[in-house]
Design a protein around this ligand. Structure first.
Ligand code: ADP
Ligand code: MG
Length: 698
């Protein structure tokens, strides 16, 4: 048996268990050994029954005296009761609910260890443990005695019928059978950081030595845990560093940045770029001029003017005779972008086309033909752009407005449509640094950390539903002043219908009861592209004064005259999403407002809403969101594209991630020897490439 041995070869793992483990991503012995506990429990408090006191948690070693399935009046509760006695002569009662099977396990005469919380049982007047962990000490398998009690034990997340107990037993069995494994971490790194050797670390992870600090264990900061977490993040960051290095060596387009290009950019600019925009454009232009493909992530808070920077980059490509593609996450946003770019480029004479799924077959065919013939300089679209039959005459720059919805694979699909185009990924809201380092770690990063001048921070208020009338009168005053407003309803995954119903209801209520004289629009995901466009245009032109909408206005919408954003059921949104929505206002010179309407809130929801009321800094909000909701939820979708970590937790382990990042970078740039680097590359290929979606390293 070695690390690569499939788990089916482990004693005690038959096909049914193997299938369950497989569904957890555990296929090999190594997978099992790196299946991390999520917490630890100190079960070393060994006490005679006579000394037990109610309220304490203890381990007891005693003999089963009586055992029975309690006959209850109510039917088949499956309550199993047993009494235990030890040398102290006292008896302890234990009860397990839904545990009929125990009647065949805990038979009188057996010597067992029990671990649990002691309580006083008013029915019997005796001390009782409810659902204690148990371990049969007279079991045939001596080697496995003392795994679950009388020590610090690791607690695992159960998988199907595979309980934490079974995990402990299986892992122990594997550790007993396996010969010590070699340590693949580069020796230099291990030495410098004083890392525990791998084999020892694995053993400690699952069976901490007596005396290990429980607090450190539960904080996942014992030397052994640190080493295992570091290892996981180190290989990821090595893979990413290798990818960046490889991309830098690949041949790409060297765009020329001459006076004509500069002149065109000047012609296009509708306003003076901010210092941050200038700096970021310089970074992008440097990448584009280099004879290698650009892979750059452009981050910036809502309203920081990312689109303008993208337009400048596009001009560089187009003036060099190349085409530009802009991939957007939704049709509405694609439409918005196309409109915005078309206006910016009007004076330059570029053709900016749209390609989205809801266009007619004829329109699509036409767009595709012109694109292939090179008669279109920029195409903006959605997933429709990824289809096989979309071909470019000469694609030079790929811009992805990401909103966390496109994965690495989509990025690749677009890149395959050209030799080696430059790629600029824009995110709609700031991403916490840890996520940027993992999810976008193969990209170089530019940050727009400055808003255009003259912006007043949006004032944010929290209002409970029962005070909605006040919100209406506030809305009315703003409308009277000539401003416009959004009223947004949340769409949670799979509930578009409900959100739509609420939005429609509000639309009717507002237009018939509250604002009979005011033109109100309704926008939602079920409208066709043309209908959406019509509503958006009417709103943009100020014809529609209040836009009631499901979250389709989330990204990209740009109507400077809108000064109020009312978000209904705000507690249902993620912070990043709320911040993004709030970014729809505050785009002009007038003071803008964001009103978060919620029901009664619990503590956690209260904290989230407070974060938003108190801060307008997107980076801070993103960090808070990640902390409060976790990485999966952060993106609001399941397919966050985040690597499936075994041990690492990017919220808890930020410093280890930073350390792994710098160690990996140093290792890849200056490996101790070419041989060591080769070994590392081979190791990553074999172990991590697929799991981390690294596609190709080294
Ligand atoms: P983002 O996509 O980063 O959220 P946008 O690109 O939509 O931001 O820009 C937000 C608004 O700011 C737009 O109305 C845009 O025209 C405007 N804007 C961008 N750059 C500047 C600038 N340098 N000066 C003034 N307004 C700007
Ligand atoms: Mg934008």
């Amino acid at each position: 048996m070695d690390l690569a041995t499939p788990l089916t070869y482990v004693k005690g793992i038959g096909p049914p268990r193997a299938a369950v483990l497989e569904s957890k991503g555990l296929r090999t012995v190594e997978d099992l050994l790196t299946y991390a506990p999520f917490r630890y429990e100190d079960r070393t408090n060994l006490k005679p029954v006579a000394q037990l006191a109610p309220g304490e948690t203890a381990t007891v070693i005693a003999e089963v005296r009586t055992a029975r399935l309690a006959a209850f009046e109510r039917k088949r509760l499956g309550l199993f009761e047993a009494t235990f006695r030890d040398g102290s002569g006292e008896t302890l009662l234990a009860k397990w609910f839904h545990a009929e099977y125990l009647a065949h396990v805990l038979e009188p005469g057996l010597k067992v260890a029990l671990f649990g919380k002691v309580e006083f049982d008013p029915y019997s007047g005796r001390l009782v443990m409810l659902h204690p962990e148990y371990e049969i000490l007279s079991a045939a398998d001596e080697a496995e005695a003392g795994l679950h009690t009388g020590r610090i034990v690791a607690i695992y997340e159960a998988a199907g019928k595979i309980t934490t107990r079974v995990f402990r037993t299986l892992i122990h069995r594997v550790l007993e059978t396996l010969k010590p494994v070699p340590d693949p971490l580069p020796e230099t790194v291990r030495r410098r950081l004083g890392l525990v050797e791998r084999w020892a670390a694995i053993r400690e992870l699952h069976f901490p030595a007596p005396g290990t600090d429980l607090r450190a264990l539960n904080a996942f900061r014992t030397p052994a845990q640190f080493r295992m977490i570091f290892e996981e993040l180190f290989w990821l960051e090595c893979g990413l560093a290798l990818k960046r290095r490889k991309a830098r060596l690949r041949e790409g387009i060297a765009f020329e940045l001459n006076d004509r290009v500069r002149e065109k950019i000047k012609q296009m600019l509708p306003f003076k770029p901010t210092a941050a925009q200038k700096r970021v454009l310089a970074e992008i232009a440097r990448d584009m001029a280099a004879p290698h493909p650009m892979n750059r992530l452009l981050q910036g808070d809502v309203g920081s003017g990312k689109t303008l920077v993208a337009a400048e980059a596009a001009i560089i490509a187009i003036e060099n005779g190349y085409q530009v593609v802009v991939l957007a996450p939704t049709e509405i946003l694609a439409g918005q972008h196309q409109y915005y770019f078309k206006q910016l480029f009007a004076r330059l004479g570029y053709v900016v086309a749209l390609l989205v799924g809801s266009m007619s077959a004829r329109e699509k065919r036409q767009a595709k033909r012109l694109l292939a013939e090179g008669k279109i300089q920029m195409v903006v679209g959605t997933h429709a752009l990824l289809e096989e039959d979309v071909a470019f005459h000469r694609l030079g720059l790929v811009i992805i407005d990401e909103q966390h919805r496109f994965g690495v694979m989509q990025r690749l699909r677009l890149m395959e449509k050209a030799a080696a185009p430059d790629v600029l990924v824009m995110t709609a809201t700031p991403i916490p640094r840890t996520l940027a380092l993992t999810l976008y770690g193969d990209l170089d990063t530019s940050i727009l950390d400055e808003l255009p001048p003259g912006r007043k921070p949006v004032k944010t208020y929290h209002v409970t539903e029962d005070r909605i009338e006040q919100v209406y009168s506030f809305l009315a005053r703003e409308i009277e002043k000539g401003r416009q407003a959004y009223v947004v309803y949340p769409v949670i995954e799979e509930s578009e219908t409900r959100a739509l119903k609420a939005a429609e209801q509000m639309y009717r209520h507002l237009s018939e009861v509250v604002f009979p004289g005011v033109k109100i629009g309704l926008l939602h995901g079920r409208l066709g592209a043309e209908e959406k466009e019509a509503v958006m245009t009417a709103f943009k032109q100020g014809e529609i004064r209040i836009l009631v909408s499901t979250t389709v206005v989330e990204v990209g919408v740009d109507v400077p005259n809108a000064t109020v954003m009312v978000i209904e059921q705000a507690e249902r949104f993620g912070l990043a999403q709320l911040h993004q929505l709030r970014g729809r206002v505050g785009r002009g010179a007038e003071q803008s407002y964001c009103i978060l309407v919620t029901g009664k809130l619990n503590e956690a929801a209260q904290e989230r809403i407070r974060t938003l009321v108190e801060s307008t800094d997107g980076f801070k909000i993103a960090e808070a969101d990640l902390r409060l909701r976790g990485p999966g939820e952060f993106f609001g979708t399941r397919q966050s594209g985040l690597p499936a970590f075994r041990l690492a937790n990017i919220i808890r382990d930020q410093e280890i991630l930073e350390l792994a990042r710098s160690e990996a970078e140093a290792f890849v740039e200056q490996p101790p020897s070419p041989e060591e680097l080769r070994r590392a590359v081979a190791y990553i290929r074999e172990h991590w490439q697929r799991r981390y979606g690294l596609v190709q390293v080294g």
